[in-house]
Ligand binder design. Sequence first.
Ligand code: 6PG
Length: 468
Amino acid sequence: MAKADIGIVGMSIMGSNLALNMERNGYVVAVFNRTAQRTEQFVGTRARDKNIMPAYSLEEFVELLKVPKKILLMVKAGKPVDDFIQKLVPLLEKGSIIMDGGNSHYMDTEKRCKLLEDKGIRFLGAGISGGEKGALYGPSIMVGGSREAYDEVAELLNVISARTEDGSCCAYLGEGGAGHFVKMTHNGIEYAIMQIISEAYDLLRTIAGMEISEIQQIFEQWNGGRLNSFLMEITAKLLRKIDDETGKPLVELILDKAGSKGTGKWTVQSALDLGVAVPSIAASVNARILSDYKEQRVKLVRRYGEFLRKVGVDRYIFRNVLEEAVYVAALVAYAQGLHLISVASVDFGYNTNISEVVRIWKGGCIIRSTVLNLLRKAYLSDPTLEHLFFYPEFMNEVKKGVDSLRDVIITAVNAGISLPVMGETLLYIYSLLRERLPANVIQAQRDFFGAHTFQRVDKEGIFHEEWE
Ligand code: 6PG
């Protein structure tokens, strides 16, 4: 007796919240978890009296599903996904749909699509963003894989996703690993913007000498303007939290070592493979790695001291200049990520509609922000836009703010503070807006030691020189 519209494997917080979201939207959901205890606990508490049917074996689980069977995997990326696919396939009839809603590497998704296609199972790789709350009330869902399968689950995925004035935050973005590629890049941008905000916090605290409560108010004000975004909003909120035990702002008591699960690193690795420069994102990954050298940093400072120096700033002017710097840095982080997606789209044949990517990032996901309206306008006006810098309205914003970014960096450098993402962002802008870079010297060096040849600016052809 098949009754469930969809089955979810994996009852971690994301899986269980998605089940509740689907149920609230009128779907009957079957649930399964590797350990029965978690399923029992879920159906006995949050899922009690709801149209959520537990199963305690995969055989029982697939029997609960309506045909064509639709299964969403919400398990840890990597081997667990392959293990479940392997166990599920023999239990499923041809035409069934398996979706992977985890943060899987897009290459793994590509492989799984092919593997399952050969077995007559349709596969979708869906990047789901928005954390716990998003999963429960409306995430952003970036889907890739079988178009035909998407059409069959589109209604369900759209109804559970976040909504903005531009529609629901779910879209089909291309074959194979397209959805997971876009989600990976989303996370790369997420890393960069998080780092930009933390750099702003550092400057306000260390250079302007502000109390956390003052920074909190500034971030709240910024969130009310053009920097309006989920990440600015939560940072303003988290700065308000006071530790019960000590009475101090909790954020100040948190060890300065940032963790990561790998999607930022994957973004940079993929960008390098595709020959796309994403220095702001790379800097944010490196910043997390450097933060992890806590013990070494402490030892070095004990031995040699810090480079910090006092610099005088007008607090009011500084915060306004910094606001503009943060704005430009965030714009450029998006520009680098979207450039990467557009190159991948061509290289991998995804044919991803970038204005759709931007549209579904407007709600539900971690990098939702007001600036996405401008980005959407850019890609709607020119769907083949190579890079956001070619969109005059976007470039005007960058040009207006670039001197503020420079001034902030000069002040930070004078104060002995590193600003990895803001710094790399400025250099990226300067490099892209420079007609002639010193790569002529690199080419000459390459030709000198390896006869790698060079081209000339004054005539066509490939040249080699005997330099000595
Ligand atoms: C999201 C988040 C989510 C997760 C990140 C955290 O879009 O909902 O990006 O996927 O919180 O993977 O990544 P790190 O642990 O690497 O910071």
